[in-house]
Design a protein around this ligand. Sequence first.
Ligand code: RRO
Length: 292
Amino acid sequence: QTPAAKIGGVSLTNHMLLAAGVLGTTAASLSRMLRLGAGGVVTKSIGPEPKDGHHGPSLIPVAGGILNAMGLPNPSKEFAEEISPLLAAQKPVVVSIFGGTPAEFAKVAEWLPTAQAFELNLSCPHAEGYGAAIGANPRVVRECTEAVKAFGRPVWVKLTPNVADIGVIGRAAEEGGADAIVAINTVKAMRISTGMRRPVLGNKFGGLSGTAVFPIAVRCVYDLYEACDIPIIGCGGISTADNVLEMMMAGASAVEIGSAVYDNVNVFSDIAEDLYAADGIPAEEIVGCAHD
Ligand code: RRO
């Protein structure tokens, strides 16, 4: 049994969404992940102008995960148009958007009048002028949230772990009217090639995802559950049903899965088999129970 769940204003077919950025760059791949068992999907982030991204190498496997500095590559308005049939079909598709100012966030939101919900990317660790560069400022987080909330759709705000107190940023999103918080985006990180004597990534540093960051994500969700009164969606290194339960115990009402999809495209249905065995999970008893 895979219970449907309404989280942060979005009706999901189960508690697990595809995280932004991973296999979310085309309408076809988003549809495929829904067919393969994702309870919802989040698109690759759409920005106010087309962007090529950083020069390579832009994604490398490291112990316990993946290090990336893609550089927010996206075709901007063209991608908004590409996914509009999917949105019109009322699929559980959350549209990730980014900008450098509240006005730029609003510009992108305006292209997507049929979006089920927006996920504001205020958390990419290697995006000058975007992402964590502005997502560490509570005032900016509140203003960007307000600017998109004005379109009358549910707004989720994805946060960076690369701040001193993630609860402060979560509260700023909540004050701006956010319907949910997503935590976490990738952890700022780098590797150096000892043979080449230079950083491996073309951008020098990037963001770490995968099982290595799971304990960081659990801590962030735990902190946010104490600080905020809106639903939290846990993200970061989840690859098993037990990881999903642990995230829920920290305070997550749902989760997003990214890196694990690279290893196993059936990860959603595989986890669902364990998570919903017998009578499913009593989510209302589990969420936040580690705080009791
Ligand atoms: O495109 C990227 O390089 C990227 C983004 Br937008 C993000 O939010 N997080 C990340 O690790 N990479």
